[in-house]
Design a protein around this ligand. Structure first.
Ligand SMILES: Nc1nc2c(c(=O)[nH]1)N[C@H]1C(S)=C(S)[C@@H](COP(=O)(O)O)O[C@H]1N2
Ligand SMILES: [Mo]
Length: 225
């Protein structure tokens, strides 16, 4: 028994997530990026607000029942995983409120999401030190790449719910990514696979002239060349 046990018992209960966050903070990992801004600074340059939620994709909306959905996370990780719906639901559930910024210039504020946070997913697979980027692959054949530091922000989520209801097929159900601080093309719908990479590679839109990172605040809409 340790001397300080009484003092520790008075502290709020440590969750797995706070433990993870503290460990990452100690390691100095994933400290860039983040999070919904307040006030005048909230609408990025060149964007306008919408109240509805437009649907944008390649025109193929795969129909995936939760029971036939699964997610593979592999590449530069200590523990690759294959998660079926049941295993995915057994992970800690998180809720976030965040804004959407689409490169086609619409933004939508205050979306209520629920699902599995990217932090919790990464805690499970443990990226190797040499992992720098991720490639997301979806059931419609879509791909998109982003820096690991952007993928691993605190409010990035593998979302199953929007405004309290299961995510509809047209918006990427049963599971889509939400990375609120980048343009929405980085938020892959119908997500199937996540590859941790040791270098950057271009996804679908990135091969077609879109920016490799896609920060709305600095209008990283298209690549320079
Ligand atoms: N699998 C997949 N994910 C995708 C896309 C797609 O075509 N396929 N389009 C992207 C683009 S360009 C945008 S703007 C958003 C649109 O999401 P929404 O239809 O839910 O608004 O999804 C992104 N994720
Ligand atoms: Mo988009």
């Amino acid at each position: 028994m340790q001397d300080d046990e009484g003092a520790e018992a008075a502290l709020p209960t440590e969750t797995k997530l706070t433990t993870t966050k503290r460990r990452w903070a100690e390691e100095g990992r994933f400290l860039t990026g983040r999070v919904t801004r307040a006030g005048d600074d909230r609408l990025p340059p060149g964007q306008h607000l919408v109240q509805n939620w437009p649907v944008l994709d390649l025109g193929q909306q795969p129909m995936i029942a939760p029971t036939s959905w699964s997610l593979d996370v592999s590449g530069a990780v200590e523990t690759p995983v294959h998660l079926d719906w049941k295993a995915f639901q057994a992970l800690p559930q998180s809720s976030f409120v965040s804004d959407i910024h689409c490169v086609t210039t619409w933004s939508r504020y205050d979306n209520h999401w629920r699902g599995v946070s990217v932090h919790d997913l990464l805690d499970l697979v443990r990226p190797k030190p040499e992992a720098t980027h991720v490639m997301l692959r979806s059931f419609d054949g879509y791909t998109t790449n982003l820096p690991l530091a952007d993928f691993a922000v605190e409010d990035a989520l593998l979302a199953t719910h929007w405004e309290g209801a299961p995510l509809t097929r047209e918006h990427g159900g049963p599971v889509r990514l939400v990375v609120p601080h980048l343009y929405f093309w980085k938020s892959a719908k119908w997500i199937e696979r996540i590859d941790l990479m040791t270098a950057d590679r271009a996804g679908f839109w990135e091969k077609n002239g879109y920016h490799m990172r896609g920060d709305p605040w600095t209008e990283e809409r298209y690549s320079e060349d």
